[in-house]
Design a protein around this ligand. Structure first.
Ligand code: 13P
Length: 342
C-alpha cells in the first residue's frame, strides 16, 4: 500500500462524490487546435489560456464538478487576475488533475491500432505535477474496432501500460484515473462494442492486479456500450444503459471507488440521457456512476464563446447548465425538459 493510502482514498471518494463529476479540459495541443478550428479561432497560447480561464473560473461550477483534468500547458497557466489555475481550482474546492500519457501512437506491427506512450520519466513528472497541485491523473488508451481488430496484443500492451502508470501514480500520492477508450467511430453494432469493452476491461483489471495497483485507490474512466457512429441501427437509451451496466458488473471489482464515463463523440444531450438512464434504473450498484466528459460538457460553451471576451458570460451560463444536467444525471434526476428551459 502507498504511504499516501489515506489521502488517495479521500481523493478518490471526493472525485465521485454524490452528484459530482469531472470536467475534462485536457485536450492536447493538436486536439485543442481541432476544437478551435471549429469556431475559427487560432490556437495561440493566449487563446488557449483565455478559454481554459472561462472553464476554470465559471462561478458555481463547484456544485457539480469535483475535479478538472488539465493539460501540461494548462497546469502552468494562470487566471486573468494572475492566480495559478491549480490554485484557482483548489480555492473553489475543485481538485486539479493532469493528463500524463503522451498520446496514442501507431502501434508497430499492428496496422490501424494505437498504443499510448509516456511511461519514460513518468515518476519524475508525477512528482512535479503533485507539487503543482495535481491530486489525480489520467492516462488514455485507445482501442479501435475494425476488420480483425482489436488484437489481443493491442489490448494487452495498453492494459500493461495503464497498470504501470497507475502503480507510479499511487506511489506518488496521485489517484490514477485509468481510461481504456473503445472508440465509437466505426460501423460496429453495440454488441461488438460490448464484446470489445468487456475484453479490454478484463485485461485491464488483470494487469492492475498483477502489478499491485490498489483497486480502492483507482478510478475507472470508460466508454459506454454504444453502437458505432456509422452503424445503420443505433442502440436506444435503455439498451445503452442496460448493456453498459451489464458489462461493468461483469468486469469491474466492487472495490473500485467510482466509474466515470467519457463522452467519446456522443451529443451533449445523449451523453447526459445515457448517464441518467443508468442511475435511474440501477440504484444499488457497487460503485457510483458519474461523468468525466470533455466534448459533451464543453461543446455548447465553446460555440457560444467563439473566442470573444464579450461572450464569456453567456458561455459560462451554457457551461453551468450542462454541468448541472450531468450532476442531476448522476442522481437519475435529469429530464429532457430541462433543455427547453435553458
Ligand atoms: P470526451 O468526453 O470528449 O470523449 O473527452 C473525455 C476525455 O477526457 C477523453 O480522454
Amino acid at each position: 500500500m502507498s504511504k499516501f493510502a489515506a489521502q488517495l482514498e479521500e481523493t478518490a471518494k471526493a472525485m465521485v462524490a454524490k452528484g459530482k463529476g469531472i470536467l475534462a479540459i485536457d485536450e492536447s495541443s493538436p486536439t485543442i487546435k481541432k476544437r478551435f478550428d471549429s469556431i475559427k479561432i487560432e490556437s495561440t497560447e493566449a487563446n488557449r489560456r483565455a478559454y481554459r480561464d472561462l472553464l476554470i473560473t465559471a462561478r458555481g461550477g463547484n456544485q457539480y464538478i469535483s475535479g478538472m483534468i488539465l493539460f501540461d500547458e494548462t497546469i502552468r497557466q494562470s487566471t486573468s487576475s494572475g492566480v495559478p489555475f491549480p490554485k484557482a481550482l483548489i480555492d473553489q474546492g475543485i481538485m486539479p488533475g493532469i493528463k500524463v500519457d503522451a498520446g496514442a501512437k501507431d502501434m508497430a506491427g499492428h496496422p490501424g491500432e494505437k498504443i499510448s506512450e509516456g511511461l519514460d520519466g513518468l515518476r519524475e513528472r508525477l512528482a512535479e505535477y503533485r507539487q503543482l497541485g495535481a491530486r489525480f491523473a489520467k492516462w488514455r488508451a485507445v482501442i479501435t474496432i475494425g476488420a480483425g481488430i482489436p488484437s489481443a496484443a493491442c489490448i494487452e500492451a495498453n492494459a500493461h501500460a495503464l497498470a504501470r502508470y497507475a502503480a507510479l501514480c499511487q506511489e506518488a500520492g496521485i489517484v490514477p484515473m485509468v481510461e481504456p477508450e473503445t472508440l465509437m467511430d466505426a460501423d460496429n453494432t453495440a454488441a461488438t462494442c460490448y464484446d470489445v469493452t468487456e475484453r479490454t476491461l478484463h485485461e485491464l483489471f488483470n494487469q492492475l492486479y498483477r502489478q499491485n495497483v490498489a483497486m480502492e485507490h483507482t478510478i475507472l474512466k470508460v466508454n459506454m456500450v454504444v453502437s458505432g457512429k456509422k452503424c445503420p441501427t443505433q442502440a436506444g437509451v435503455k439498451e445503452v444503459a442496460d448493456q453498459t451496466v451489464r458489462c461493468l458488473l461483469n468486469t469491474v471489482p466492487a472495490s473500485i471507488p467510482g466509474i466515470v464515463f467519457l463522452s467519446g463523440g456522443q451529443s451533449s444531450a445523449l451523453a447526459t440521457e445515457h448517464l441518467n438512464a443508468m442511475n435511474a434504473a440501477y440504484k444499488h450498484l457497487p460503485w457510483p456512476l458519474s461523468f468525466s466528459y470533455g466534448r459533451a460538457l464543453q461543446e455548447d460553451a465553446l460555440k457560444t464563446w467563439a473566442g470573444k471576451s464579450e461572450n464569456v458570460e453567456a458561455a459560462t451560463r451554457v457551461l453551468l447548465h450542462r454541468e448541472k444536467c450531468n450532476s442531476l444525471a448522476c442522481l437519475g434526476k435529469y429530464s429532457a425538459d430541462m433543455e427547453k428551459a435553458a
